[in-house]
Design a protein around this ligand. Sequence first.
Ligand SMILES: CC(C)(COP(=O)(O)OP(=O)(O)OC[C@H]1O[C@@H](n2cnc3c(N)ncnc32)[C@H](O)[C@@H]1OP(=O)(O)O)[C@@H](O)C(=O)NCCC(=O)NCCS
Length: 141
Amino acid sequence: MSSDFASEMLAEHYDAVSALWQATEGLGDTETREEFCRYLSRNPGISSVVSHDGRIIGALLGGHDGRRGYLYHLAVAADHRGAGVATALIGRCLDQLQRLQIQRCSLHVYRANATAVEFWSHQQWRERCDLKLFAVDLPRR
Ligand SMILES: CC(C)(COP(=O)(O)OP(=O)(O)OC[C@H]1O[C@@H](n2cnc3c(N)ncnc32)[C@H](O)[C@@H]1OP(=O)(O)O)[C@@H](O)C(=O)NCCC(=O)NCCS
């Protein structure tokens, strides 16, 4: 399936995308409606969905910080896997990032998500064994 099958993720897709993420194993915390809309407005046109018979069957958040691109929450409905939906989503997001002159894209996966590790290795993404990830939680104000 080519990236032409994927289209722009819009704020109005929140309920359908959120339901897909909730039904998908292996993803971490996902966004509230407000966080989702803020992410899309900060990163217009990059995040992608694939629809089939009026239903969203695949979703991928994509954005950048001006230097590097990032992808989050790749999910394909269980009854549509193995048909190139993820390939179309990734292709569209990377294409949008390239148009913005972004030259590297990264993503995080949970070590325990063997499917994701296998999938991204199969896609020939390099595992960054030279990096450690540090994070801090900021209390809401
Ligand atoms: C991983 C996932 C996104 C794959 O979606 P998909 O639409 O079935 O993938 P595609 O059909 O586009 O497959 C693309 C390629 O990856 C391969 N592939 C698919 N699933 C794979 C897996 N679990 N392990 C290794 N390779 C896999 C396919 O064989 C295909 O290979 P090819 O290009 O050589 O033909 C889907 O299984 C899913 O939503 N899993 C649960 C959520 C998850 O773990 N997301 C990743 C976290 S970021």
